[in-house]
Design a protein around this ligand. Structure first.
Ligand code: ATP
Length: 441
């Protein structure tokens, strides 16, 4: 097996474009930096990734409540949360070419300085300026009287501002979680590394409200850290490429009592997949103060009223998606295989008639294809020779290929070929539903 990591990112970018996973945003107009469009296979992969998170975090657990809040919120939300004042990155500018960078991203700065050094130029930088990365939009119909709103910079606040609604409508018993998946927007100074740092992206988050007790909060924090790491491992990510990293004190938001990241070893070094944060009572206290509403919780059992603390798990969608692609990419001899977990794979199977000019084979294969399509995403391919069709499916991560041949017409059996082992087996056509179901579970 050849896992040559040189140019791995370039290989993924090219495969994603060529095979319909991910395209540069607005490409025919020259693009829009930091935006990406998901094509047919990328949309399926993204959907599967989110579904897997949702099943794992919401459906399979008790006392977790789903939410879906607005992207645009009252601007006071972002004053209360501290984003208007301090959702900033330090910006510096190269005095020679005026390109702008984040002063805290040493790698980018080094790369830029090396680029100038090749022309025997020494880079001089401007002093760092704090740059707010909230994306603004204008709402209203009368010119001059429009209100500035912010496209949410994180999905977290949509949950905290609904804390009272959740408590009043669902009567949850503490500790309880509120989960959400949705878009977030950041005016990133340097979008880079494909979808890793985009200006529009999605997040998958759970806010767990706990009693204001350091021991209980830290127990929940540890449990969440391990639970989140297990999600990556259950989906088959290489354990050696995953690690926890504790934030240094100067990286931590001032209100965070503990902050750890789950990181993946990317071609550009270890980098963040998601964060687990102990946010104390920062969010609810601030929203209570700014809105004038009582956001406390009454614990029926202990007969106590308090403002809960929050343990947050905040994952992006795009970063894990990119890491799963990097992790799955394998070159074996003359084939490229995406060894994606079947849960994530855009297609669970591909169905082929052995020959496309034999109507009875095509009709039989179409019947099997349509039947499987009721329960799974399945690809159909009748072009070229079988070997090429197998390789084309390997490259997009389809876990198995089902071929309908002349024997199928006689005894209703098909061959099923495994993506990873390339082994072929003959099975009864009426077993296929069960086989695919087991595989996807
Ligand atoms: P960074 O330091 O890399 O800018 P962050 O620490 O500010 O990221 P958080 O605010 O903790 O990120 O956001 C939670 C998660 O949202 C991140 O772990 C990441 O997966 C995702 N995320 C944040 N910013 C982006 C972005 N610009 N593009 C894609 N995903 C992002």
């Amino acid at each position: 097996m050849n896992k040559d990591n040189s140019n791995l990112l370039e290989k993924i970018v090219s495969l994603c474009k060529r095979r319909g996973f991910i395209f540069p945003g607005s490409e025919i107009y020259g693009g829009l930096r930091g935006t990406w469009d998901y094509g047919p296979l990328g949309s399926e992969l993204k959907f599967n990734l989110k579904q897997s998170w949702w099943d794992y975090m919401v459906r399979e657990r008790d006392n977790v409540f789903p939410m879906n809040a607005s992207i645009m919120m009252n601007p006071r939300v972002w004053e209360a949360s501290g984003h208007v004042a301090s959702f900033t990155d330090p910006l510096i500018e190269c005095k020679t070419c005026h390109e702008r960078f984040r002063a805290d991203k040493q790698e980018d700065i080094k790369e830029h300085e090396e680029r100038h050094a090749k022309n025997k130029e020494k880079v001089e930088w401007t002093e760092p300026k704090q740059f707010n990365i909230l994306v603004e939009a204008k709402l209203g119909v009368i010119e001059g009287e429009k209100t500035t709103v912010y496209l949410r910079g994180e999905i977290t606040q949509g949950v905290h501002v609904n804390f009272k609604n959740i408590v009043d409508s669902m009567h949850p018993k503490i500790p309880f979680g509120v989960a959400q998946i949705g878009k977030a927007f950041r005016n990133e100074i340097t979008p880079r590394n494909f979808i890793f740092r985009s200006r529009e992206f999605e997040q998958m988050e759970m806010q767990t409200y706990v009693k204001p007790d350091e021991k209980e909060a830290m127990e929940m924090f540890e449990a969440m850290k391990n639970f989140r790491m297990k999600w990556y491992l259950d989906l088959g990510m290489n354990k050696k490429k995953l690690r926890f990293r504790e934030h240094a004190p100067d990286e931590r938001a001032h209100y965070a009592r503990a902050a750890w990241d789950i990181e993946y070893e990317t071609p550009w070094g270890w980098d963040e997949a998601e964060g687990i944060h102990h946010r104390g009572d920062w969010d609810l206290s601030r929203h209570s103060q700014f809105s004038g509403q009582d956001l406390s919780y009454f614990d029926q059992e202990a007969k106590e009223r308090f403002i809960p603390w929050v343990i947050e798990t905040s994952a992006g969608v795009e970063r894990p998606l990119l890491y799963f692609l990097l992790d799955a990419y394998t070159e074996e001899g003359d084939r490229v295989v995406l060894k994606l977990h079947p849960k994530l794979a855009p297609y669970k199977a591909a169905v082929f008639p052995l020959l496309k000019n034999k109507p009875e084979l095509v009709a039989k294969a179409q019947g099997i294809y349509k039947e499987l399509k009721n329960n799974f995403t399945v690809a159909w391919d009748e072009r070229g020779n079988i070997g090429k069709r197998y390789f084309a499916q390997d490259e997009i991560g389809t876990p198995c290929c089902i071929t309908i041949d002349f024997q199928t017409l006689e005894d209703d059996t098909v061959t099923i070929r495994d993506r990873d082992t390339m082994k072929q087996e003959r099975v009864r056509a009426d077993e296929l539903n069960e086989i695919l179901k087991k595989m996807a579970d």
